[in-house]
Ligand binder design. Structure first.
Ligand SMILES: Cc1cc2nc3c(=O)[nH]c(=O)nc-3n(C[C@H](O)[C@H](O)[C@H](O)COP(=O)(O)O)c2cc1C
Length: 137
């Protein structure tokens, strides 16, 4: 399963790796890739995938790379099973609620969302394990 992420200081990157590890524990294979090294078209043929991005701007996605990537994904997201995750700091997760709503509006089946306050810990890993089950199970 492809897991594509954007991360500024490594927090969402760590979440992406944790999700990949949980998918592998379930017997799946995970390709964890930075958004800058993936073309959105690589996801078009996938039926299930996960996207990660931290809260940036004012409760927005990273505008340089992730926002344009997600705009492309929205064009073919209908019917896809998608997991969303990311790290935040001072907010309340609004960026993730907006992101989830956008993907649902595009017709995606959002299997779950996981948000971690700053660096992901054990509880976040448990939430990522639950997401892995929903995506892979
Ligand atoms: C420019 C900038 C904008 C940010 N905007 C938000 C925000 O709107 N809401 C929030 O909760 N955290 C915000 N943060 C905090 C980051 O989301 C937080 O540090 C997160 O852990 C970074 O994860 P990453 O290392 O995966 O990028 C912002 C941080 C920066 C540097």
């Amino acid at each position: 399963m492809k897991i594509v992420y954007w991360s500024s200081t490594g927090n969402t990157e760590r979440m992406a790796q944790m999700l990949g590890e949980e998918i592998e524990k379930l017997g799946g294979s995970a390709e964890v890739e930075e958004v800058s090294s993936v073309s959105p078209s690589a996801l078009e043929k996938e039926t299930v995938f996960a996207l990660g991005c931290s809260a940036m701007g004012d409760e927005e996605l990273d505008e340089g790379e992730m926002e344009p990537f997600v705009q492309e994904v929205e064009k073919f997201a209908s019917g896809k099973k998608i997991g969303l995750f990311g790290s935040y700091d001072w907010g309340d997760g609004e960026w993730m609620r907006r992101w989830e709503a956008r993907m649902k509006e595009a017709g995606a089946d959002v299997a779950g969302t996981v948000i971690a306050n700053n660096e992901p810990g054990e509880e976040d890993q448990e939430h990522l394990a639950e997401l892995a089950k929903k995506l892979f199970g």
